[in-house]
Design a protein around this ligand. Sequence first.
Ligand code: C2E
Ligand code: CA
Ligand code: CA
Ligand code: CA
Length: 278
Amino acid sequence: EAKQQHLRVLAYRAGDDEHHLRQVRLMGLLRHALELQEFRLVFQPKLHLVTRRVAHVEALLRWSTPSYGEVSPDEFIPLAERSGLIRAITRHVIDASLCQARPWIEAGLVEGVAVNLSPMDLVDPGLPAHVGDLLRAHGVAPASLVLEVTEHTVMRDVEAARDTMHALRAQGVRLSIDDFGTGHSSLAQLRGLPVDEIKIDKSFVADLGAGSGDSVIVRSAIEIGHNMGLTVVAEGVETPENLAILEALGCDMVQGYLFAPPLAPAALVEWCARRRSR
Ligand code: C2E
Ligand code: CA
Ligand code: CA
Ligand code: CA
């Protein structure tokens, strides 16, 4: 028994070490990922629920390394945060997203593009002016850019987040609260923020219609959003049952595998064209 226990402890440590080693190595690789052009963007459509027309596309970052293959953003974004690289990465993502989406916006394929921000971006005092510069450089209307910040990010430092969000809003961009419902923010805190949209976290959307049909959180999120005059988006919509309940509850926009996964640029354009010709 004691020996078993000892072996388990050893196994744990080996696992920890391996994990730690991977993190350290990835962190080192991440430093050169931008210059080596190892990043690429995929785009997932957000649709108006009633008309099923495409609203925005959300830019999602992908990293492919020679030694580790594809590394998930859930793994490398926190590393980029810790190392401070996230500021440069975010600026690259905004730049590349605007470059990529501009012709789509001009052709009327999409209304705009959404980009995710990290906690450190919200305490980057230079970001709002930089975003303004990028919009002018690409000739994209500010209202066509949505910046998504998670509820956790905002709650980490509400004061700083509020300042940056107001400065971003002053540039004319739209702001969205991502992963809504997971961050325990109060209504009072939300009210003080210049927000246009909330995105209900996919963990709540996944339960919709699955037997219990429990939708208390989703229902109240939609109510809160509408009472505050916000657009409400549901992410992670995977089934027709999910969609039917969101429709009944009056959700404004939907995003998820039921419609399209995140797509490479050429595939997104094809997807839009196919949808239009239906
Ligand atoms: P997120 O912003 O909440 O993005 C939604 C995630 O859900 C994406 O995962 C997307 O591929 C996935 N998803 C989309 N539809 C469905 C669905 O129907 N079901 C399920 N189960 N999942 C769905 P992804 O691309 O792996 O990104 C994970 C997270 O990494 C993102 O969560 C975001 O927090 C972060 N991230 C991705 N790209 C960037 C970036 O450019 N900058 C920053 N700061 N964070 C990023
Ligand atoms: Ca997002
Ligand atoms: Ca989300
Ligand atoms: Ca998330």
